[in-house]
Design a binder for this molecule. Structure first.
Ligand SMILES: [Zn+2]
Length: 433
């Protein structure tokens, strides 16, 4: 019920509209949680309370109302419900939902500036929005079949959150701060026997503790390794080889300078060594700049990058072999036929094991250890694209919210964005699916 509307300007000259309102008589003693009619308790204060609503044009909107307390048999003595706001909020529901909706698309700083609220408040609005549109999050843990375990660092200095993804719906079903066996155990412990029994496949990186948890809580489950992690391992090995080769080439480039110490340790311009130095430097530089071209799939290389790879093939057989091994492994993971993949993997293992390249011999050991998990992945057709899509979404949220002091805010955003939830905008019919 609107009782009065007043316009005024504050000290800074900003225009406000203040709406004096109250719940209608039938609802003035409702509990904010169960919405049942309760007994009047006391008038808490003589001062009215204020709630901010979304701006009306550029004008700040506020609702003013006198509140009182009620006594709910279930929830105790509480401030009576006001239909325009969530319990405990200093903003209207419309305001909270608007912030929740915008926050799923825009960086937090933009939301904060546009809505004229501070960062922490954006987080609180998102939290209330999430609680309203999904009161029972634990439902996400029902009927899981194919799940993925991933850890993502959210700040430099190795701070992580662990995220459990439902591969069948592409939603995050659980997220928590920290990583490692302790956090994962926490996830499994909260599941009911029925929830545990529906899980058939668990994917993740190569971490030993994932395998340990799978064996402990869901021993009948298939353990898979996300293919993109395997490719990452190969990329790291390749990078190591590249750095090693570059160091050698660089040292070679410096060699003549060491042998002909001229002014400030450099060869003179007319020195015969100068040309050699130049050539060796160029070679080292070429290796240094090849990282991107070597890592990329050959079919996506530009002409310039193709030339670079061809040059490496000609001048540096060790680096080129490493590159080929990485590429063969990447393609092997795309094979759909399990038998064919197994044969290819066997061939690859032989190749890497006999490569006489240290980084790849180590990779060989790692792949051999995970051979069963990798073949599971191929046999069960655990597609890479979907897992990575969710992963990238989470990284994007973290980036947009860079500087989060409050981890709960970050987890709320993960739950809100990596889900099939739709934040309803005020005064609109939800779009039909
Ligand atoms: Zn109640």
């Amino acid at each position: 019920m609107v009782e009065d509307v007043v316009f005024y300007s504050d000290q800074k000259g900003a225009a406000h509209v203040r709406i004096r309102a109250r719940p209608d008589r039938r609802h003035q003693n409702d509990c904010p949680f169960c919405h049942k009619h309760c007994k009047y308790y006391d008038s808490q204060s003589t001062l009215p309370r204020l709630w901010r609503g979304p701006d009306w044009g550029g004008i700040l909107v506020e609702i003013e109302s006198h509140t009182h307390r009620i006594d709910c048999p279930v929830h105790g003595v509480l401030v009576a419900d006001v239909p325009w706001a969530y319990p405990g909020s200093g903003f209207t529901k419309d305001f909270d939902l608007t912030v929740g909706w915008i926050a799923t698309y825009l960086p937090r700083s933009t939301v904060s500036e546009y809505m004229r609220i501070d960062w922490e408040t954006v987080g609180r609005c998102v939290h209330r929005t999430l609680n309203d549109i999904e009161p029972e999050r634990s439902r996400r843990l029902d009927n899981l079949v194919n799940i993925g375990i991933d850890e993502t660092s959210y700040r430099k200095g190795h701070r992580y959150i662990t995220v459990i993804v439902n591969h069948d719906t592409n939603t995050v079903v659980w997220a928590a701060q920290g990583h490692g066996k302790g956090v994962l155990t926490q996830f499994y412990r909260q599941l009911t026997p029925k929830q545990l029994s529906s899980i058939r496949v668990v994917t993740g990186d190569g971490a030993k503790w994932i395998t340990e948890c799978v064996n402990e809580f869901t021993p009948d489950c298939e353990r898979c390794v996300d293919p993109f992690h395997v490719v990452e391992w190969a990329m790291e090995a390749l990078d190591e080889v590249r750095r090693e080769v570059w160091r050698e080439a660089y040292n070679e480039a410096l060699q003549p300078a060491r042998e002909h110490p001229g002014k400030k340790g450099r060869p003179r311009a007319d020195d015969a060594g100068a040309a050699m130095v130049k050539a060796a430097r160029a070679k080292a530089e070429e290796i240094k700049n090849s990282a991107y071209a070597l890592g990329k799939a050959p079919e996506h290389l530009t002409e310039n990058q193709q030339a670079k790879v061809a040059m490496i093939a000609e001048n540096n057989s060790r680096l080129y072999r490493a590159c080929r091994m990485k590429e063969t492994l990447r393609l092997l993971l795309k094979i759909r036929d399990a038998d064919e993949a197994e044969a290819e993997l066997k061939r690859w293992l032989w190749w890497a094991g006999h490569s006489r390249i240290k980084a790849f011999k180590e990779l060989y050991q790692k792949i051999k250890r995970h051979r069963g998990h990798i073949l599971n992945t191929i046999r069960l057709g655990m597609s890479n694209a979907r897992i990575e899509a969710t992963n990238n979404k989470i990284k994007l949220i973290i980036r947009k919210a860079y500087g989060f002091r409050n981890i709960q805010n970050m987890l709320d955003m993960v739950y809100l964005v990596c889900s099939d939830l739709k934040v309803p905008l005020p005064n609109r019919k939800p779009k039909s699916a």
